[in-house]
Design a protein around this ligand. Structure first.
Ligand code: 5RP
Length: 220
């Protein structure tokens, strides 16, 4: 059974005619995008704002019309995946490198829906290393500052070179301290000069779509 497909397709039920939708990034939300594409073909008037260049490409492939913040100020709903979800609906995101646009879009949405297969659920955040997006200038110093608050940063690489985000930045994947308080850590990291955004999404998710022990979709 493909858990990602089950939760991804379920999320499309929250999308209605006339809505502006934040289109997330990753292999779970892929199935949501595919469904939304079908809904558009059936005649529903839906427009999306993509969270990454990869999703923009998929939206074109699936025939989902796009809009931007030049034309709209908010979204009805945003649907995205997560790398880790705790019982308070705090998230770690950014495994796919799209965390900055994902957070801008989630924050602009009236309802933020997260699709997470059962492997993403965790009693406490931290088993997935926290992605932190930093500007290239002075990244060595930014890494020191991140270390000074107890995180252990490692530069994300792609073919031996620094991984470059859609916003032309770097990403540090960080081990976080065991006793971290997610909201506090999210705020403190973002106060470090050079940090653009981090993958902690606290107090943002409205609904998590996941699976119960019988592999039935449930809402958290
Ligand atoms: C990308 C993300 C993704 O939503 C997250 O990595 C989950 O991806 P997937 O659905 O492929 O497991 O945050 O930046």
């Amino acid at each position: 059974m493909n858990e990602k497909k089950l939760v991804g397709e379920k999320a499309a039920e929250f999308v209605k005619d006339g809505m502006i939708v934040g289109l997330g990034t990753g292999s779970t939300v892929y199935y949501t995008l595919e469904k939304i594409g079908q809904m558009v073909k059936e005649g529903l008037q839906i427009k999306g704002i993509p969270t990454s260049m990869a999703t923009e490409k998929l939206a074109h492939e699936f025939g989902i019309p796009l809009t931007s913040f030049k034309e709209v100020t908010y979204l009805d709903v945003a649907i995205d995946g997560a790398d880790e979800v705790d019982p308070d609906l705090n998230l770690i995101k950014g495994g796919g490198g799209a965390l900055l646009r994902e957070k801008i879009i989630a924050a602009a949405a009236n309802t933020f829906i997260v699709v997470a297969d059962s492997s993403k659920l965790s009693a406490k955040l931290g088993s997935f290393r926290l992605p932190v997006e930093v500007i290239p200038f002075g990244y060595e110093r930014t890494a020191m500052q991140i270390s000074s608050i107890g995180c252990v940063p490692e530069m994300r690489l792609s073919n031996g070179n620094p991984y470059i985000t859609d916003n032309h930045n770097y990403i540090f994947d960080c081990e976080i301290p065991e006793n971290s308080q997610p909201h506090k850590l999210e705020t403190v990291l973002n106060m470090i000069p050079g940090v653009v955004e981090n993958g902690l999404f606290t107090k943002m998710a409205d609904v998590i779509i996941t699976l119960d022990a019988n592999k039935k979709t449930v809402l958290m």
